[in-house]
Structures are given as C-alpha cells and as structure tokens.
Design a protein around this ligand. Structure first.
Ligand SMILES: [Zn+2]
Length: 215
C-alpha cells in the first residue's frame, strides 16, 4: 500500500495551503503560526474579539477554507472563531451570532454561504443561537483593492435586515461574526443596520485581525 500512496504523491503532489510548500496539506510551521489567542480591538465603540493576527499565511488559510472548501482549513477557521467567541461570551453570555452575509456571486462560486455555515457550526459547539438577520441590499464591490475611505463609501447602507426578521427579535443581544477585520468598514455597517433595527450589538468576533489596521 505504501507504493500506491507514494505513486499518488508523485502524480498529485500535495502542497501546504498556508505556504505552498510541498508535503502535507498544512505544514507544521503554518500549523504553529495558526495559534488562536485573544486579541481585542475596537471599531468606534464596538469591541472586536479576534484570535489570529493576519499575515500572508493566515490569508492563504482563510482563502483555502473560503474559496477552496478545504475541510482542514475550515476547521482552523472554526477553532479561531471559537477562541474569539469564548472571549465575548465571558462578558456577554446570552448573545446570538449574526454572520456577515457574502454576496450572491460569492455564494454561487463557493457553493455555500461561508460565514453563515461557520456560524451554525461553531454555534452548535458552543450552545448558542444563530440569527442570520442580514442581507446585502445592493451589489458591493470587492473590498480588497479599495482604500479605507473607498471601503466606507462602498459599504455605506449596503446591509439591511432580511424582510422575514423585520420587527421580530428586536432588543435581542447579538454578536457580529466575520472571518477577518481589516478597516472595520463591514462590521461598522453591520452594527449600523442592526442597531437601527433595535438589536443590541454587544461585540463583534472574527477569526483574524489585521493588527496594524487604522481607523
Ligand atoms: Zn506551510
């Protein structure tokens, strides 16, 4: 059997999805770098709990989960989200998770709504509820090539409460969940839409945080 697996390796070499090194699907160096610890930051007055400093390797791991659906990458993202949420729940124990929605085109490409799926999975482990309250009310451009003020503009009024949730659950305590916080524009927009609809946004939680981000 060793021969067959060696042959398979020669024909279909595996690369680490963090650093692209040949070998395992996640190498020991990248695995060590993905070491969830609590990082606290803020967006305006909202506390943001994160677990992994953003880096080129963290970026590749997020992409491996999000865009390629690699199961072990999904599990790394979930473990980071759990660490962040444990930090939130120590202070706000009765919060439901509100995932940041992705655009319809991204969901079609990925074959799933990534943050929504992560939210349901970690919520099950942690015994909390998920309220998928938000939807994009218009098409949003890809954020990655925009600067901070363009991101704010791009996201202004971009999110709204889904019609079926309007007028329900208001005054519920919630925590916003996303994979990454960079400028904070997305979380800020989610906070605006939820607060306007009467929800009590206690905090936000993300897997990764760009530590040198500027408000
Ligand atoms: Zn690696």
């Amino acid at each position: 059997m060793q021969l067959i697996s060696d042959l398979k390796y020669l024909l279909f070499p595996t690369r680490c999805f963090g650093c692209r090194a040949l070998g395992y699907s996640i190498c020991s160096i990248c695995r060590k770098l993905w070491n969830p610890h609590l990082y606290l930051s803020s967006i305006v007055n909202l506390a943001v709990y994160s677990a992994i400093p953003y880096s080129p390797i963290a970026k590749n791991i997020l992409l491996a989960a999000k865009e390629q659906g690699i199961k072990s990458a999904d599990e790394l993202v979930r473990s980071a989200m759990r660490t962040s949420l444990q930090g939130v729940f120590q202070i706000y124990p009765h919060c439901a998770l509100v995932p940041i929605p992705s655009g319809a085109a991204s969901n079609r490409r990925r074959g799933r709504d990534f943050i929504n799926e992560m939210a349901f999975s970690v919520a099950k482990d942690m015994g909390v509820a998920v309220l998928p309250l938000l939807e994009q009310q218009r098409v949003v451009r890809d954020q990655s090539k925009l600067n901070i003020s363009n991101r704010r503009e791009n996201l202004a009024m971009a999110l709204s409460i889904k019609p079926q949730f309007r007028g329900n659950y208001s005054s519920e305590s919630v925590v916003i969940l996303d994979d990454l916080v960079t400028t904070g524009a997305t979380i800020n927009e989610a906070n605006r839409a939820l607060t306007k609809a009467g929800f009590k946004v206690q905090a936000a939680a993300t897997a990764c945080v760009a530590l040198l981000r500027r408000e």
